[in-house]
Ligand binder design. Structure first.
Ligand code: HEC
Ligand code: HEC
Length: 296
């Protein structure tokens, strides 16, 4: 129950459980009647002209069974443990805490060794790189690929092109807090023809085959709509995660169709943050590992 983020739900469940048990006890006690001596009275209802019912108390064995189920419920709740944080020292939480502590004792000194080292020095240390690689395979490879080569919409981390900057502090910030690259859609502003023109201009910036008439027209559209983020020279802006559009390195692909798709519909691309989950020490080593991969 410690999975709940706020303590309120913990209390809510505990109060509900306790009330339910008390209610069972109440129902049972309020239905207990003394066994009277002498002749047993009739209930007073009559069916089918002559059919009546004795007003006998509930059978003893039946009452006992009921009490036993209530006691069983309470004992089960205590051992399970069903009362949230109250008996966290038992069960899976205790096991988790113990494992975390054992890991801290075992790996703490290893991390301490790198904690105070400059990140470039860590990047040059083969043991640290091996550790970084193991972590990368566990936490990062599902998106960036096992060799960090990236895929469509997931950046390649081994080249020298950066969305958010390739300095140690940029990379540390990316891993710690994540990133969200947002480009708004320009379909409505440019129209289909306008988007195609601008796409041809973008291709011309990269030395790719293009229609020069369209590229000429597209230059204007680019200057009106795109320079705010990608820059007057189209070399990008690491503050916004806007990529350099002149280095022939592509997050989504270089074909005219894909560039038109980006321009028309925009992009919203997210890298999750790992700071809270992994802690500073591991982020430090991962930062060094990413730096060691880059061609920069
Ligand atoms: C759920 C998928 C996912 C996971 C897991 C993931 N990333 Fe990312 N990462 C992304 C995406 C998507 C981007 C691009 C964000 C953008 O477009 O602005 C990115 C961007 C980055 C960048 C910035 C690249 C640049 O060009 O500036 C770095 C560095 C990075 N990731 C490192 C890591 C590391 C290290 C890990 C493991 C701790 C990791 N990522 C895990 C999806 C992921
Ligand atoms: C508000 C800022 C902003 C504006 C304005 C903007 N972009 Fe972008 N653009 C971005 C960002 C951020 C990304 C990266 C998206 C991601 O991380 O997935 C991007 C990505 C792209 C890409 C994909 C590059 C690749 O590597 O695949 C192209 C192409 C592109 N923009 C072209 C344009 C064009 C052309 C315009 C003008 C019509 C434009 N952008 C206007 C912010 C902007």
């Amino acid at each position: 129950m410690a999975d709940f983020i706020s303590g309120f739900w913990n209390m809510y469940v505990m109060v509900l459980v306790a009330l339910s048990i008390l209610f069972c006890v109440f129902v049972l006690v309020s239905n207990m009647t003394k066994r009277e001596k002498g002749p047993v009275e009739l209930h007073g209802h009559v069916w089918d002209e002559t059919l009546a019912e004795y007003n006998n108390p509930l059978p003893r064995w039946w009452m006992y069974l009921f009490w036993i189920t209530i006691v069983f419920g309470v004992v089960y709740l205590a051992i399970y443990p069903g009362f949230g944080n109250v008996n966290q020292h038992r069960g899976q939480w205790a096991q988790y805490d113990a494992e975390m502590q054992a890991a801290e004792e075992r790996f703490g000194p290893v991390f301490a060794k790198y904690r105070d080292m400059d990140v470039m020095a860590v990047a040059a240390d083969p043991d640290a790189r091996a550790m970084g690689q193991r972590m990368f395979l566990t936490y990062c490879a599902q998106c960036h690929g096992s060799a960090a080569q990236g895929a469509k919409s997931f950046p390649n981390l081994t080249d020298s092109a950066w969305l958010w900057g390739g300095e140690p502090d940029n990379i540390r910030e990316t891993i710690t807090n994540g990133r969200n690259g947002i480009m708004p859609p320009f379909g409505p502003a440019l129209g289909a023809e306008g988007a195609k023109d601008v796409a041809n201009y973008v291709r011309s910036l990269n030395g790719l085959a293009h229609d020069s008439l369209r590229a000429q027209r597209g230059k204007e559209g680019f200057e009106t709509n795109c320079v705010a983020c990608h820059g007057a020279d189209a070399k990008g802006n690491p503050m916004l995660g806007a990529p350099n559009l002149t280095d022939n390195t592509w997050l989504y692909g270089s074909s005219e169709a894909v560039i038109i798709e980006t321009i028309t519909h925009g992009r919203n691309n997210r890298m999750p943050g790992f700071g809270e989950f992994l802690g500073e020490d591991k982020v430090h080593i991962l930062t060094a590992y990413v730096l060691s991969l880059s061609k920069k």
